[in-house]
Design a protein around this ligand. Sequence first.
Ligand code: GAR
Length: 202
Amino acid sequence: MLRVAVLVSGGGTNLQSIIDHVEDGRLTGVELAAVISNNAGAFALERARKHGIPALCVSPKQFATRDEFNDALLAAVDGIHPDLIVLAGFLVVIPPKMVEKYPNRIINIHPSLIPSFCGTGYYGLKVHEAALARGVKVSGATVHFVDAGTDTGPILLQKAVEVKEGDTPEVLQRRIMEQAEWVILPQAIQMLADRKNREEQG
Ligand code: GAR
């Protein structure tokens, strides 16, 4: 079993896709060990609780300094003993110590075809606003390993999605979620669960 911790900040539709895939057997060999949010009001936390997954909040607001928050977030993650950490719409910079401690064991979903529209400042709707402003005809989503940079780690999976005439950022965001993000994030987790399974078998 691959023990997975999912880190979220908001609505949690990617988390929901992972949960649905596990519950209906499309994603196997995976245990959703816990969900952590930086935001106490994140609907993602409710989604987790509704499905019996331990859900906790570690917010920067609870700490005097960023270093203290970073240490608390790392301690919370360590406490889960995860094999894999999935950033599913986690809009906080990952503590450098966490990146060092979990090499090739943190993955992120980004709503564009990296290296387009990624890096500092490109998150959520801003990514789709930038894609529409540039006039690209194709966008999509990327799952990549997290390294010390922002959206710079090795790419695991990508899926392209058509941009249509008259798209608003919200419409494009939804199409990319439905056609790419909710598909390739569970797929990437399955790849890593299969890899662990093969390693365990010898
Ligand atoms: C998703 O579109 C995800 O790709 C994006 O935030 C959204 C979270 O939605 N992540 C980033 O922009 C990371 N740079 P969700 O909470 O409904 O899964």
